[in-house]
Design a protein around this ligand. Structure first.
Ligand code: T3D
Length: 261
């Protein structure tokens, strides 16, 4: 499949999606929203993809909605429909993908760009990265699931502070607040992301996928329901080739070779 606004490559079980509109710090236009969603769909279908890395070309991760496009909208344009038929499909596609997604945040992640980074499962930030809920700078509220993801990660007081001040949160601050999993020196950023991606792509992929499903579902469950659901999913995990291999490797005192099934 050929894309105009993103780069897509697959290597050793890792698919890398690169937002590729560097002149705008990878602002999302309609094509980029659609193509990024399609790329995640492609990752869901591909058995040889066991981990996805989402990153940005150039010095930014993403500056959010393309504001130049906003000016060219026709009379009566519905922003609600734009979200529902565009960004929401992307966010839901990411959350429902039963493979780990790493947001490799190379630079600024603003507005909807920050929302997309928050929808990933793991965030690795370059020390040059920053996070800005830029929405209020243009008179908007956070969207793209930011109101759902961010208070869960850093608590409502900090999330609301970020929203109403639109302050630039550094990578170091994001790490301290629990928004990112690791901060890497700029020179070691790609190496660090590759190490994470390779580790995840050679892990027990079925278990990783079921874990994502269990944790996502648990937000809406009582403890009793969550325990039941875990038992149900564990039944599936316990029938996998990877479980047999994991136990065997432990007993033979060697590293497991997981096939992802
Ligand atoms: O209506 C709807 O669709 C609702 C949905 C809304 C979702 C949202 O995402 S709302 C929030 C939209 N995003 C923003 O408000 C952020 C706008 N950008 C900035 O505030 C700054 O660019 C940054 C803080 C992100 C980075 O600042 P800096 O100084 O590092 O870079 P810069 O010089 O401002 O930007 C570099 C270029 O990218 C520049 O173009 P130029 O002058 O070199 O030709 C700039 O215009 C362009 N750019 C940056 N952000 C956007 C953009 N172009 C279009 N849309 C952008 N969002």
């Amino acid at each position: 499949m050929t894309y105009q606004t993103i780069l897509f490559e697959k290597n050793d079980g890792v698919a890398t999606i690169t937002l590729n509109r560097p002149d705008t710090l990878n602002a999302f236009n309609d094509v980029m929203i659609r193509e990024t969603t399609e790329a995640f769909k492609q990752c869901a279908r591909a058995a040889d993809v066991r981990c996805v890395v989402l990153t940005g070309a150039g010095r930014g991760f993403s500056s959010g909605q393309d504001l130049a496009d906003v000016q060219n909208r026709a009379e009566g344009f519905s922003v609600g429909d734009h979200l529902r038929h565009g960004y929401h499909r992307l966010i839901k596609r990411m959350v429902s993908l039963e493979k780990p997604i790493i947001a490799a945040v190379n630079g600024v992640a603003a507005g909807a760009g920050c929302g997309v980074a928050l929808a990933a499962d793991i965030r690795i930030a370059s020390e040059k990265a920053s996070f800005i809920l830029a929405f209020s700078r243009v008179g908007l509220i956070p969207d793209n699931g930011v109101n759902w993801f961010l208070p869960r990660l850093i608590g409502q007081a900090r999330a609301y502070q970020m929203a109403i001040t639109a302050q630039r949160v550094s990578a170091a601050q994001a790490l301290e607040w629990g928004m990112v999993n690791e901060v890497a020196e700029a020179e070691r950023f790609h190496e660090t992301v590759n190490e994470w991606a390779q580790r995840l792509a050679s892990g027990p992929s079925l278990a990783f996928g079921l874990t994502k499903r269990a944790m996502n579902r648990a937000w809406d469950q009582t403890l009793a329901e969550a325990l039941n659901y875990e038992a149900y999913l564990q039944e599936t995990a316990a029938q996998s080739q990877d479980y047999r291999e994991g136990v065997q490797a432990f007993l033979e005192k060697r590293a497991p070779r997981f096939a992802g099934k």
